[in-house]
Design a protein around this ligand. Structure first.
Ligand code: SDX
Length: 439
């Protein structure tokens, strides 16, 4: 990829307006890989037209160098590196460095980065009191939204978004503290004491230790599970302009502080159509319960009058197998094998559901394949992570992607506040009617 020519004007597109008997020339811009874009930034001022694209199915919201997806071919690259290579040969700290800084770290850079992240993993002690404001049965994502948004009330020395040094400190703090925040949400729900991060532990191991250790005895994290968790964090780290990343960018475009922007991303990720799908998949598999019930659920998934959807299937961009799902599938077998749970009925139901759906014309025609969320719940359940925590783990992993995209937006010289327009179909101007005239 030739960086300096990564986005250049490549050609023109002519829009012919038959109604007005005129035409408009619009520049076509070519990136380094992927579809060219029609530059419509002056469309309204030149033509008086808006474009109309609810759900942004055909709209590029920004220029980015971070993550590339080819949905037709099931390709996912972080800064040009294939997700398969990163999952196989790298670790989450390296991938976090790569997403934030654009290159894989040297050994020295990696050591310093891991040290810096480790030494930001503690929370201000007052934050522990914030948790006590929640009910014990509060959903962990409600706690994550609240606590992450509140970080801006504690870390005033990393709120100035025009200062690159403060932006990077805020970025490190968010990556470092998310495991502590997520683990403490779980401990609070369990009524157990908070476990502090351990500086001698690596990222995923530290998280699992904070989740499952107690003050009563030494807790040894299973290295196979720590490796599996590390790989899962890599797979969830970033994913181009998905709903939650777009939320972070839009919130950040107004100049909001990074902690508030990440809290907005957490809120968006919570939805069952997005990051909440991993929790919804497990609830669905539990409801199906047995392979014999699958045909009825497949029928319901196709029935437009039925709100049931096959959770963990389908994707706005991937019209092929989500490359992350393949790695998650392999990881599910590894983890269940390590924990001697390969006879987990939920895995059996998931495998049979996948087999049937992949041969069913409805799903094949619509190119609905398993996505990253389809297997994660089975792995997390085997690790005895409660279902309600699944999306919190997704948010933990995605934070480095969100904050990398936020930094890229802030550093973009053409950046301006995001302010979409609309197609208005409501009432035109009409006179006010006093209440005695209304019937
Ligand atoms: C994530 O954007 C990202 O990158 C997200 C993500 C990330 O890393 O950030 O990859 C993470 O969010 C993965 C997706 C997790 N969500 C789910 O698993 C929920 C179930 N999936 C669906 O809700 C749906 O597939 C979406 C939301 C994921 C995608 O929806 P689209 O692109 O808007 O597709 P659509 O709703 O227009 O569906 C097209 C057709 C429709 O049928 P027709 O009107 O053409 O007859 O496919 C059908 C839909 O009814 N369809 C499904 C289905 N998903 C789509 N039918 C049954 N079950 C499904 N899961």
């Amino acid at each position: 990829m030739n960086e300096k020519n990564a986005a250049t004007q490549h050609a023109h597109m002519t829009l012919v307006d038959h109604a007005r008997g005129t035409s408009y020339d619009m520049p076509v811009i070519r990136g380094s890989v992927g579809p060219d874009v029609i530059d419509i930034r002056h469309l309204y001022t030149d033509t008086g037209y808006f474009t109309f694209d609810p759900g942004f199915t055909s709209t590029g919201s920004c220029e980015s160098k971070i993550t590339f997806i080819n949905g037709e071919e099931g390709i996912l690259l972080y800064r040009g590196y294939a997700i398969q290579d990163l999952a196989e040969h790298s670790d989450f700290m390296e991938v976090a460095y790569l997403l934030l800084k654009g290159e894989l770290p040297t050994a020295a850079e990696k050591t310093k980065f891991e040290h810096d992240i480790t030494y930001h993993s503690m929370l201000h002690e007052q934050i522990a009191y914030l948790y006590r404001g929640f009910r014990r049965d509060a959903h962990p994502m409600a706690v994550m939204c609240g606590v992450v948004g509140a970080l801006s009330a504690f870390y005033h020395d990393s709120l100035n978004i025009s200062d690159p040094r403060q932006r990077m400190i805020a970025s490190y703090r968010l990556v470092a503290k998310m495991p502590t925040i997520a683990a403490w949400a779980y401990k609070y729900a369990m009524g157990q004491p908070f476990i502090y991060p351990r500086n001698e532990m690596r990222y995923a191991e530290n998280f699992l230790h904070m989740m499952f250790a107690t003050p009563c005895e030494t807790y040894k994290v299973n290295p196979i599970l720590a490796k599996a968790m590390d790989r899962i964090l890599i797979l969830h780290a970033d994913h181009e302009q998905n709903a939650s990343t777009s939320t972070v960018r839009l919130a950040g475009s107004s100049g909001a502080n990074p902690f508030a922007c990440i809290a907005a991303g957490i809120a968006s990720l919570w939805g069952p159509a997005h990051g909440g799908a991993n929790e919804a998949v497990l609830n669905m598999l539990t409801k199906i319960g047995d392979k014999r019930h699958i045909p009825d659920y497949i029928r319901r998934a196709k029935d437009k009058s039925d709100s049931f959807r096959l959770m963990g299937f389908g994707h706005r961009v991937y019209k092929n197998y989500d490359p992350r799902a393949s790695i998650m599938r392999r990881t599910a077998h590894e983890v269940l094998g390590e924990l001697d749970k390969t006879d987990d009925p939920l895995l059996e139901v998931a495998m049979e559901l996948e087999r049937i759906a992949l041969s069913d014309e409805y799903f094949v025609e619509r190119r609905l394949y398993p996505n990253v969320d389809f297997y994660s719940g089975i792995i997390f359940k085997a690790m005895e992570i409660p279902t309600a925590m699944f999306t919190a783990l997704f948010a933990l992993a995605r934070t480095v992607g969100w904050i990398s995209q936020w930094n890229e937006m802030i550093e973009d010289p053409s950046q301006k506040i995001g302010r979409p327009r609309q197609l208005y179909s409501g009432q035109g101007l009409r006179p006010f009617k006093p209440i005695h005239q209304r019937m």
